[in-house]
Design a protein around this ligand. Structure first.
Ligand code: SAM
Length: 326
């Protein structure tokens, strides 16, 4: 297993399949975003090779993200490859759900077991306002197709003050009463290209918990507050699903970080919120052997920083969230 220099077991790789997206969420990227040319992105066979090498290096978990990963034509094939790779125990997908209705069943057949679907509100007008380009019914069709295909479901909502921090949060949380889904509320994070980001827009866990308690009564803490991935889980008494809080700003979980991120253009990002990077593409395109790439990955794991520096006002500026993958 690859232990980093702080003795964390780094076994989880998030792979961005493209920096392009079919939405323009206001907290994620500007509307006039330009994307990388196709030949700067890793090719499908390069991705397949890397998945095999990462698995042999000790990585156990792969998540495909983006940009919007459903825009990548080979998505189903890459899921199948990851699922069939010796050593990989879990394959995940993070998507905005716009194209999921047609993909949920093939993805399930390829070995996907669960999907993280980003959904910030159930109000169609507000959904359009937040995503700039999105139609809520497309996403709800994707959600229902995922459920019908037997995929486990986690809904991720980024909460912004004054936009979706009251009724929207309550409506999303209500989903957990009748569905065995997780609905997770994510604190907004600063990146180089979400210039509109303001600290005062962050709505933290304690404030949201108070909103939800006001509506549903006291929530039950699940598993004594032990994190499930990055989320602290609660349950409305008697509910089928859970409510989660992902709070990288107000309650950082760097001590439990077990991940590296691979951008669509082949950069290993060692911390989501720091610009420490290691470029794999020159090795891939320069004829490096599997052993050389393995050694590069192992060295990169050793260089993983302890944690982010938001409290010291250290912000990532090299890339936006859509260029990293979340
Ligand atoms: N397009 C896919 C999706 O929408 O899930 C995958 C990529 S998207 C960058 C991954 C997640 O990052 C989404 O849940 C999105 O809401 C979240 N996100 C984007 N910008 C963010 C920010 N500034 N702070 C917190 N989360 C953010």
């Amino acid at each position: 297993m690859p232990l980093d220099s702080y003795n964390r077991d780094i076994n989880y790789l998030r792979i961005s399949l493209t920096d392009a997206c079919n939405l323009r969420c206001v907290y994620c990227m500007p509307e006039q975003m330009s994307f990388r040319p196709r030949d700067e992105l890793l090719f499908d066979d390069e991705l397949r090779r890397l998945i095999t090498i990462f698995a042999a290096t000790g990585f156990r978990k792969i998540r495909f993200t983006g940009g919007e990963p459903t825009l990548r034509p080979a998505l189903v094939d890459l899921v199948r490859h990851a699922h069939q790779t010796a050593g990989i125990e879990s394959v995940g997908l993070t998507t905005n759900g716009v194209l999921l209705a047609g993909l949920a069943a093939p993805l399930r057949a390829a070995g996907l077991r669960s999907v993280n679907l980003s959904l910030d509100t159930l109000d169609a007008d507000k959904f359009r306002q937040i995503t700039r380009w999105g139609n809520l019914p497309d996403v709800l069709a994707g959600l229902h197709a995922a459920a019908a295909a037997g995929l486990g479901i986690k809904l991720n909502a980024v909460v912004s003050r004054g936009t979706n921090d009251r009724d929207d949060v309550v409506a999303l949380a209500r989903f957990t009463i009748g569905h065995a889904w997780q609905v997770r509320f994510i604190e907004q994070m600063p990146f180089g290209n979400n210039a509109g980001f303001q600290k005062k827009n962050i709505v933290d866990e304690d404030e949201l918990l108070a909103v939800l308690t006001g509506e549903f009564g006291p929530l039950e803490l699940v598993d004594n507050g032990r994190l499930d991935g990055e989320a602290r889980l609660y349950r409305i008494p008697g509910a089928a699903g859970c409510i989660g809080f992902i709070s990288p700003v107000s309650k950082p979980f760097c001590a439990d970080c077990n991940r590296l991120r691979l951008t669509a253009d082949g950069i290993l990002r060692l911390c989501l919120l720091r610009d420490n990077e290691a470029d794999l593409r020159p090795l891939l395109r320069g004829g490096a052997s599997d052993a050389e790439i393995t050694a590069f990955i192992q060295r990169s794991v050793q260089l993983k920083p302890w944690g982010h520096g938001l409290a010291q006002d250290v912000m990532p500026v090299a890339r936006g969230m859509s260029e990293i993958g979340g």
